[in-house]
Design a protein around this ligand. Structure first.
Ligand code: PAF
Length: 284
């Protein structure tokens, strides 16, 4: 395993692989690695000759200073976990200065309607921050493919759009959501919940499953309202931020009628104490 903190070091190592026509895959992460990340890496290793993992808590994508401050930073444990599970990874773990110099600022991107709802609506500037870091990481690591979990489904759509905008030659690959046995979507933020709280948070997944089983049997707007009401009537612990049923490609919210040619997904963001959790599910 080779670990780099500088752009030049990682870049020249990756260039050697590319010169030899090796397929390079990037798995961008913010660290606090868990089984969900490992499953992304396994998928990347399956289709790439060399896999690069970036570990960087990107300040420009946090719209809330305390969320950034509390975000787990566990580089040593992360490296240990990677070493235990894989033997030939390249790790890029830069400092803020290496990525941003003295200006920790986002670029502005025209993501259109993809960023005006859900995460974009509730986390102002979030996707400009995500776009800024990924554009830089793609520039430095020059991957053939990059792997993203569908838990951040809106982010996945945004990254596909980013590639269109920047014309960077990277294939974006979405990977299925990795879940705990109780259904909770794996997330670095789960580390901030006790195991009892993690059990309580499975209400999110149970609600998504309910939405999936009832989708198509009733007006989608009625279903949406029913789910919102469930959070009000059955939950003291979780505070719903949004529940949406949306077109899986454009992320436009569903209307009263469902178009049978389209794919839909349901999306939830909810707070467990001050920990913000998101999840989503394919409905058809
Ligand atoms: O999904 C994440 O962990 C982050 O948004 C990403 C893609 C690593 C960019 O900082």
């Amino acid at each position: 395993m080779q670990v780099y903190q500088d752009k030049q070091g990682v870049q020249s190592t990756i260039q050697e692989f590319k010169k030899n026509s090796k397929i390079v895959g990037l798995v961008p992460t913010m660290g606090a690695l868990h089984e969900g990340h490992l499953s992304l890496i396994r998928q990347a290793k399956h289709v790439c000759d060399q896999v690069v993992i970036s570990i960087f808590v990107n300040p420009t994508q946090f719209n809330n200073a305390s969320d950034l401050e509390k975000y787990p930073r566990t580089l040593e444990e992360d490296l240990k976990l990677l070493k235990q599970n894989f033997n030939d990874l390249i790790i890029f773990a830069p400092s803020e200065k290496e990525i941003y110099g003295n200006d920790i600022l986002s670029e502005k991107f025209e993501f259109g309607n993809l960023e005006t709802q859900m995460e974009g609506k509730h986390r102002s500037g979030h996707f400009d921050g995500v776009g800024t870091i990924l554009k830089r990481l793609f520039d430095v690591t020059n991957p053939d493919k990059a792997f993203f979990g569908e838990k951040d489904y809106q982010q996945l759509q945004i990254v596909k759009k980013l590639i269109e905008l920047t014309q960077q030659d990277v294939e974006i690959i979405g990977c299925p959501i990795s879940r705990e046995e109780n259904g909770l979507a794996r997330s670095s933020r789960n580390k901030r919940l006790t195991s009892k709280e993690q059990d309580q948070a499975t209400f999110i997944y149970k609600t998504l499953e309910k939405a999936r089983s009832e989708f198509g049997t009733k007006n989608a707007l009625v279903l949406k309202e029913e789910i919102e009401n469930l959070f009000k009537s059955e939950q003291d612990f979780l505070k719903l931020e949004y529940f949406e049923i949306s077109d899986a490609n454009t992320l436009e919210p569903v209307g009263e009628t469902i178009d049978s040619n389209k794919k839909y997904r349901a999306f939830i963001a909810a707070y467990a104490n001050d920990v913000r959790l998101i999840d989503n599910i394919a409905l058809n």
